[in-house]
Design a protein around this ligand. Structure first.
Ligand SMILES: NC(=O)C1=CN([C@@H]2O[C@H](COP(=O)(O)OP(=O)(O)OC[C@H]3O[C@@H](n4cnc5c(N)ncnc54)[C@H](OP(=O)(O)O)[C@@H]3O)[C@@H](O)[C@H]2O)[C@@H](O)CC1
Ligand SMILES: Nc1ncnc2c1ncn2[C@@H]1O[C@H](COP(=O)(O)OP(=O)(O)O)[C@@H](O)[C@H]1O
Ligand SMILES: [K+]
Ligand SMILES: [Mg+2]
Length: 670
C-alpha cells in the first residue's frame, strides 16, 4: 500500500510533565554560571530570563516535560533543540529545532500547548499535544509480512574487543577523534546514570576510574554529573595517564582520591558506604584477566562487593562499556566481578555479554551510538538474533494458500530406542508451519507412531538393523556424498530433509531412500543444509552454568574461554553447510563466515528431545522456502523463545520437549 493511499493514523494525546526544585538550578548556576546556561538554554531564552532563577527553573522543567511528550527522554533530544519563549501577550510557546523537530515530524505532533507554574521552591511544567498512534495492527496487517529489505533496521551485531578497536579506528579515519569518542561515551554514561537515579541533586556518586580509556570515560561522566548537580567523587586506584581530564575535575574541586594515598582502603570504604551510585570505569575492553585480588583494582572491587552485600541500602552500580572482570570475547567472568545494575556499552554490544556466564553478569545493557560509521559495521560477522529480525523473516502465510504452499518435510528414523525423536521432529515441523510432514520409519515402529501424530503421513523404510553406524556412514558418504542432515545426539535421530521444491539435485544414493513409497517424490540436497553439533562435540571446555541468584558467577578462567569454537564453529566451512551449535546462547554459522547468536540461555530447554524438536522446526521453515541460514536462525530463536515465555509458568524445570513444539505458535505470533 503506497503512502498516499494509507489511511490516516489514529491520533492520541502526547503528554509530558516535570517538576524541579528551584534551588537546584540556583546551585548549578552558582557553581557553573554561563557554562550551564549556554549548554541548556538558547540565546533568546537566556536574554528573556535575564538570570531570573524561577524563569530558568521553570524552563528546565518545561524542556524535560517536552522530552517526555516527544517520548525520547534526555538522550534523544538536546536541551537547546527545545526553546520556550513567550508570544507578545506573554503566553509561552514551544519551538522545536534539530532532533526535536525531527522527532515531532516522525510522530506527527500537532498543537503542543504548555503550561508552567512555580511556587517558592518548585517549578513545574506540563505540555500536551496530539500525535499519531503507531500504525494500527489490523488482522490483515498482522498477517502481512513486512517487506524484507528496504527500510529494514540493520541487524544488531556483536563485536570482540579487537573488532571494536577496528571500528574505533574507522570512526577516527572518518573524522572523529579518540577524545571526541570519549566525550560521547562519558556523556552517555552520565545521562544513563541520571536516568537510573531519577534526580541528581544531593545524590552521591563515586566513580571508580582505571588507568586507561575506560577510566577516561568515567572522568568525563564525573565532570557532567558534577555539572548537573550531583555530589561526585572519583577514586583512582592506579592513577590515570590523562592528566588533563583529572585537571578538569580538580578545577571543579571534585575530590580525586588516589589509591596510593589510601593504603588501608578506609577512605574508599567510607565513600562506597555513602554512595547512591558507583560507576565502574576501572577496565573496559583493554582488561587482562584474571584480576589480581591483591592489586589496587582488585581491592577496590572487593570493597565494592562487600559494601553491596553488607549494606542496608547498597549503591546502584553502572558499568562503563563492560563490567570489570568480564572477558569481552568469551563471556568468562572473574570472581571479583561485581554485577552492575546496568552496563552502558559503546558502539556495539560485546560478544561476551551474550555468552554464559557473562550474560548473567552485565545487568541491563544499554548500547550507545558513539558515531561508528555504518559501513564499517558490515565487516562484523556475528549478529544477535532479535525478535524484530524474526518477525521480519518468518515465511509469509498468504490467506489464499493451500498446504502445498508450505512445503513438505520428511522425517527419517528407525531406532526403537529413540522412537519419540521422529514424532518430536515431525511435531516441530508442523508447528513451524510445514504443509505436510511424512515420517519414514521402520515398519515395526511405524504402526505405533501413527496414532501419536495422525497428521503425519507415513512411508516405509528398511528395518533398523540397516541403520548405518558412523564409520559406515562415513564410508558411504565417501562413495555417494554426505549423508542427509540429522540432529547430533542420537545415532538414529530423525533426519529432516529439505522440501521437494528446494533447489539442488537429488543426492545419488541417500542412506535411506526416503521417497521409495511416498506418493510424491522428495529430494535431499547433496550437502546437508545444516547440522547441529553440541558444544561438547567441539573443541574446548563448556562454560559453567550461569547463576541467577545475583552473586557473581563462578570463576571461569578467561584464558580458557568458555566455548572458543562457538564464535566460529570450525567445521562449517569443511562441511559446507550451516552449523547450529546448540546450548545456552546457541550459535548459527554459515559457510560464508556470517554467524548469529541466540540471546537466550534457559535450562527449560535442557530436556531430552528438545534438539529433535528444534531440528523439526528448522525443517519446517526450510520447507516453507527459507534458506538454510534463515531457517536455522528462525528455528533457534523461536525454540528458545518458547522457553522464555514458559518460565513464569514452569520456573526452571518441567517443560517437555513436546511442549516446546506445541507452544511454538505463541511466540511466532508475537
Ligand atoms: N573502542 C572505542 O570505540 C571506544 C572506547 N572507549 C573506551 O576505551 C576503553 C578501552 O580503553 P583502553 O584500551 O585504554 O583499555 P582499558 O579497558 O581502559 O584498560 C586498559 C588499562 O588497564 C590496565 N589493565 C588492564 N588489565 C589490567 C589488569 N588485570 N591489572 C592491572 N592493569 C590492567 C592497562 O594497563 P597496561 O596493560 O597498560 O599495563 C591499561 O592501563 C573501552 O572499554 C571504552 O570504555 C571510549 O572512550 C570511546 C570509544
Ligand atoms: N541452558 C540452555 N539454554 C538454552 N538452550 C539450551 C540449554 N540447554 C539446552 N538447550 C537447547 O536444547 C536443545 C537440546 O538439544 P539436544 O541436546 O540435541 O537434545 P535431544 O538430543 O535430547 O533432542 C538444543 O536446542 C539446545 O540449544
Ligand atoms: K568498566
Ligand atoms: Mg539431539
Amino acid at each position: 500500500m503506497s503512502d498516499d493511499t494509507a489511511p490516516p493514523r489514529p491520533r492520541k494525546f502526547a503528554h509530558g510533565i516535570d517538576v524541579i526544585e528551584t534551588h537546584r538550578i540556583a546551585d548549578v548556576i552558582r557553581r557553573h554560571g554561563d557554562r550551564f546556561l549556554n549548554r541548556v538554554y538558547t540565546p533568546d531564552e537566556i536574554a528573556h530570563c535575564r538570570g531570573r532563577i524561577p524563569e530558568l527553573a521553570v524552563r528546565f522543567a518545561a524542556k524535560e516535560a517536552v522530552m517526555k511528550a516527544l517520548g525520547t527522554g534526555i538522550r534523544g533530544v538536546g536541551w537547546k533543540d527545545i526553546e520556550i519563549l513567550p508570544n507578545r501577550r506573554g503566553k509561552p510557546l514551544v519551538f522545536l529545532y534539530g532532533r526535536g523537530a525531527k522527532r515531532a515530524e516522525e510522530i506527527e505532533l500537532r498543537g503542543l500547548e504548555i503550561s508552567m507554574t512555580h511556587l517558592a521552591d518548585l517549578a513545574m511544567a506540563s505540555v500536551v499535544g496530539e500525535r499519531a498512534s503507531p500504525r494500527p495492527k489490523t488482522p490483515a496487517a498482522r498477517r502481512q509480512r513486512p517487506p524484507p529489505h528496504p527500510g529494514e533496521r540493520p541487524p544488531m551485531k556483536l563485536v570482540t574487543a579487537a573488532e571494536m578497536r577496528q571500528l574505533e579506528a574507522a570512526a577516527i579515519a572518518a573524522g572523529s577523534s579518540e577524545a571526541q569518542l570519549m566525550e560521547e561515551a562519558g556523556l552517555a554514561v552520565a545521562q544513563e546514570s541520571w536516568m537510573l537515579l531519577g534526580t541528581l541533586e544531593g545524590r552521591r556518586i563515586l566513580v571508580l576510574a582505571g588507568p586507561g580509556n575506560n577510566g577516561g570515560d568515567g572522568l568525563v561522566a564525573a565532570r557532567h554529573l558534577y555539572d548537573w548537580g550531583a555530589e561526585v567523587a572519583v577514586y583512582l586506584p592506579a592513577g590515570h595517564r590523562d592528566e588533563s581530564r583529572c585537571d578538569e575535575l580538580r578545577a571543579r574541586e571534585v575530590p580525586l582520591l588516589m589509591g596510593e594515598d589510601d593504603p588501608d582502603g578506609a577512605q574508599l570504604r567510607a565513600r562506597l558506604e555513602a554512595a547512591d551510585l558507583v560507576i565502574d570505569a576501572l577496565f573496559g575492553i583493554g582488561q587482562r584477566l584474571p584480576l589480581d585480588p591483591a592489586s589496587p583494582v582488585g581491592r577496590a572491587l572487593a570493597a565494592l562487593s562487600a559494601v553491596r552485600a553488607g549494606s542496608y541500602q547498597p549503591p546502584k552500580v553502572v558499568a562503563v562499556d563492560l563490567p570489570t572482570g568480564l572477558d569481552s570475547d568469551s563471556g568468562a567472568v572473574d570472581p571479583l566481578l561485581v554485577v552492575p545494575d546496568m552496563t552502558v556499552t559503546f558502539g556495539l554490544p560485546k560478544v561476551g555479554m551474550y555468552q554464559a556466564p557473562g550474560s548473567d553478569a552485565v545487568g541491563r545493557v544499554q548500547v550507545i551510538d558513539i558515531g561508528i560509521p555504518k559501513e564499517a559495521l558490515n565487516a562484523v560477522a556475528l549478529e544477535l538474533i532479535t525478535s524484530r529480525w524474526v518477525r521480519q523473516h518468518l515465511p509469509a502465510r498468504p490467506a489464499d494458500a493451500n498446504k502445498g504452499t508450505f512445503g513438505r518435510v520428511l522425517v527419517v528414523g528407525g531406532s526403537s530406542r529413540y522412537r519419540g525423536a521422529v514424532l518430536l521432529a515431525a511435531r516441530g515441523a508442523y508447528r513451524a508451519g510445514a504443509g505436510l510432514v511424512t515420517i519414514a520409519a521402520a515398519e515395526d515402529l511405524a504402526a505405533g507412531l501413527a496414532p501419536a501424530l495422525p497428521e503425519a503421513t507415513g512411508c516405509r523404510c528398511p528395518p533398523p538393523r540397516e541403520a548405518p553406524s558412523p564409520p559406515r556412514l562415513r564410508r558411504r558418504s565417501a562413495r555417494s556424498g554426505p549423508p542427509p542432515v540429522r540432529p547430533s545426539s542420537a545415532p538414529a535421530s530423525p533426519s529432516p530433509m529439505t522440501p521437494a521444491r528446494s533447489p539442488g539435485p537429488p543426492s545419488p544414493i541417500p542412506p535411506i531412500a526416503p521417497a521409495a513409497s511416498s506418493s510424491t517424490p522428495m529430494r535431499s540436497t547433496p550437502s546437508p543444509p545444516w547440522t547441529t553439533p553440541r558444544p561438547g562435540s567441539t573443541r574446548g571446555p563448556s562454560s559453567p552454568p550461569p547463576r541467577r541468584d545475583g552473586a557473581a558467577p563462578p570463576h571461569h578462567h578467561p584464558r580458557s574461554p568458555a566455548r572458543p569454537s562457538r564464535r566460529r564453529p570450525h567445521g562449517r566451512r569443511a562441511l559446507g553447510c550451516v552449523v547450529v551449535l546448540k546450548g545456552a546462547h546457541t550459535v548459527v554459522a554459515e559457510p560464508g563466515g556470517a554467524a548469529a547468536l541466540c540471546p537466550f540461555a534457559n535450562p527449560l530447554l535442557a530436556t531430552a528431545g528438545s534438539g529433535d524438536v528444534l531440528a523439526g522446526i528448522i525443517a519446517g521453515y526450510l520447507a516453507q522456502g527459507a534458506d538454510p541460514f534463515t531457517a536455522a536462525r528462525l528455528g533457534v530463536y523461536l525454540h528458545a523463545a518458547v522457553a522464555e515465555a514458559a518460565e513464569p509458568e514452569f520456573g526452571r524445570a518441567g517443560l517437555l520437549a513436546g511442549d516446546i513444539a506445541d507452544r511454538l505458535p505463541v511466540s511466532s505470533g508475537t
